[in-house]
Design a protein around this ligand. Structure first.
Ligand SMILES: Nc1nc2c(ncn2[C@@H]2O[C@H](COP(=O)(O)OP(=O)(O)OP(=O)(O)O)[C@@H](O)[C@H]2O)c(=O)[nH]1
Ligand SMILES: [Mg+2]
Length: 294
């Protein structure tokens, strides 16, 4: 299944709504903008992001751009946050997965491992969620299923010691990728964020330019409050992108737009199920075509 099919449910209702509003070019601009605003809100785009989008669309339209183009251009330029995608390159690298509790970090680590495995990469997994015994066991189980090595430790041991050991193994055994799963945390808790920073410092001690990918894993079905909570993670400055999970659990695609506007981070992967094949690299162009294409 392609990203296109996987997200069809999400984008179909949006397209229908857009078609309805844009299908009446003779309607006054103010009316059309109001209708678009409503459509964005019911599609789960945050109020703040909706206001920004509508202001931009209005500005473009008043300069003479046809409304449909103004809308499409606004949305696609919002989504198009330039970023190197290390996952599609050849050099070895280390990636860290961070985020609030239950967002899908561990499952996404397994999915990313599978994604890379299918492309011939040698992957090492690190179960740095040592808060809960289940954290390590869960990743070990994925490792068994995928036949991939997993570095893990007893519950309660320091994540940084485990990470150090994993990076050493990554280097000495010349793996292509090290994926580090971390414990879920609330970003407003200072000590938990300090621990995350320590994890990163630990990696840098051995390889100064790593981790070159730090993904925030976000559940697409979360409400506005959770978005606010996730935004606290932006204080953690090393973030390079978002893995948006559970897109199969929503019929509203707006979260993608809210994240792009409020987080200024690219969505790099989209999760659409609980299996290791349920992950797709996200392409703003493709998503734009889904929303606006014929
Ligand atoms: N439907 C669906 N479920 C998902 C997806 N990704 C993860 N899940 C489910 O979400 C739940 C939480 O996933 P985990 O990977 O354990 O989340 P986590 O962020 O590691 O959780 P903590 O380590 O407790 O913070 C599990 O039941 C997963 O199967 C997805 O894309 N779609
Ligand atoms: Mg986990």
């Amino acid at each position: 299944m392609k990203l296109f099919d996987a997200l069809k449910r999400v984008t179909d209702s949006f397209r229908e709504g857009v078609g309805h509003v844009l299908g009446r070019p003779s309607a006054p601009l103010a009316t059309s903008l109001e209708e678009l605003e409503e459509l964005l809100i019911v599609s789960d785009v945050s109020y703040e992001t909706t206001r920004t989008l509508i202001a931009n669309i209005g500005k473009r339209a008043r300069k003479g751009e046809p409304l449909a183009e103004a809308f499409q251009n606004t949305v696609t330029s919002l989504l198009d946050i330039p970023t190197p995608n290390l996952f599609l390159q050849d050099e070895p690298f280390i990636a860290l997965l961070v985020g609030t509790n239950g967002g899908g970090k561990t499952t996404s680590a397994a999915k990313l491992a599978r994604f890379l495995q299918l492309r011939g990469k040698r992957v090492l997994l690190c179960a740095a969620d040592t808060f809960r015994a289940a954290g390590g066991l869960q990743l070990e189980e994925w490792g068994r299923r995928l036949n991939l090595p997993v570095e893990s430790d007893e519950k309660g041991t320091a994540a940084s010691a485990l990470i150090y050991r994993s990076v050493e193994r990554f280097l000495s055994e010349k793996f292509d990728v090290l994926l580090v799963d971390t414990a879920g945390r609330v970003a407003s808790k200072e000590n938990l964020m300090k621990e995350l920073e320590k994890n990163v410092r630990t990696i840098k001690k051995l390889v100064p330019e790593e981790p070159r990918e730090v993904f925030m894993v976000l559940d697409a079905t979360i409400g506005q409050n959770a978005i606010v909570q996730a935004k606290e993670f932006l204080r953690f400055s090393g973030l390079t992108g978002i893995v948006l999970t559970k897109m199969d659990g929503t019929a509203k695609g707006g979260t993608v737009l809210t994240i792009a506007e409020q987080f200024k981070l690219p969505v790099k992967f989209v999760g659409v199920g609980e299996g290791t094949e349920d992950l797709y690299p996200f392409s703003p162009q493709e998503y734009g075509r889904l929303l606006f294409g014929p």
